[in-house]
Design a protein. Structure first.
Length: 299
């Protein structure tokens, strides 16, 4: 987890036209899910150059490890922006650069953030005029048509793969998985229409829900406090036994917190496929209690 904002500097020496298209898309404001360009200009060699903000985020895999098994609503929140960007890129409406799974993240507010490397980008040229080296000698510029990115570095493909990764974490018994999984698989290497078909199924799967980060158990207690399960180390007690006892208590507490969170977010299980919202259960309990009290009063 990055603790503060950072910036990336890129020079478009390898493919200035593609770099300029990428910059034009970002300058026009293509949504809150792409990292913003802070400054644009030219490097000492005259190539277009940019400074890009890199806000602090959890990498997607790390975020999913923290969240655990996402509900359908959380999966919708995480994957709709990914599929929207992928559909625009496949349709040619968005210039998307090279992208790896580590550059798809989730910020503290639960919003997806994509930090693609601009196409044709290289590290910035240095101004070596003081040492007698001309700026154009500091960065090698490829001659001729730039080579294409490897298949696995294709930005839109990585976005669809990331969306599929999120849905792979959702409970396999969820009704939407049966119809969505094959469509997402087809969208990985398909066209814009395939990605739009997957997006339509995701939008219809469930209402979006916010990403709720699971706080470490120690955050619920004072600094330095440990989970107390009633077992206290006494003089002469084996240290390993004490550590094991503390670990068991911590795991039990974490399990209780996870169970309570699941009941609040998804409801109380009723049978094998249905869940009753907690609010409905509470209302029913209050009504039943009132009826019992009224019956006792009548007697």
């Amino acid at each position: 987890m990055t603790t503060k904002d950072s910036t990336d500097h890129w020079c478009g020496a390898a493919d200035p036209p593609a770099f300029a298209r990428w910059l034009a898309d970002r300058s026009a404001g293509c949504g809150a899910h792409l990292v913003p360009v802070l400054r644009a200009g030219r490097c000492p060699s005259g190539h277009p150059a940019v400074e890009v903000l890199r806000p602090p985020v959890h990498a997607l895999d790390e975020a999913l490890d923290v969240v655990g098994t996402p509900t359908e609503g959380v999966a919708v929140t995480l994957t709709v922006p990914l599929l929207q960007l992928a559909a625009r890129a496949r349709a040619g409406a968005l210039e998307l650069g090279v992208l790896s799974v580590e550059e798809i993240g989730v910020d503290e507010a639960g919003a997806v953030l994509v930090a693609d490397r601009p196409p044709g980008a290289v590290p910035p040229c240095r101004d070596d005029s003081a040492s007698g080296t001309t700026p154009t000698e500091s960065v090698p510029v490829p001659v001729g048509r730039p080579t294409r990115s490897p298949r696995d570095a294709d930005g839109s493909r990585q976005l669809v793969l990331a969306a599929r990764t999120v849905w792979d974490r959702v409970d396999a018994r969820a009704p939407v998985r049966e119809s969505l999984d094959p469509v997402l698989h087809a969208a990985v290497d398909g066209g814009a229409d395939d990605v739009r078909a997957a997006l339509a199924l995701v939008l219809a799967a469930a209402p979006p829900r916010p990403v709720r980060w699971t706080r470490p158990l120690g955050a619920f207690f004072d600094d330095g406090a440990l989970f107390d399960d009633g077992a206290t180390a006494v003089p002469g007690q084996d240290a390993r036994a004490a550590a094991a006892s503390t670990a068991v208590g911590t795991a039990a507490g974490a399990a209780l917190v996870a169970l309570a969170r699941d009941l609040v977010e998804r409801g109380i299980p009723v049978g094998s496929t249905r869940r009753l919202p907690v609010r409905h259960a509470l209302v029913g309990t209050v009504v039943a209690g009132g009826l019992v009290a009224a019956a006792v009063g009548v007697r």
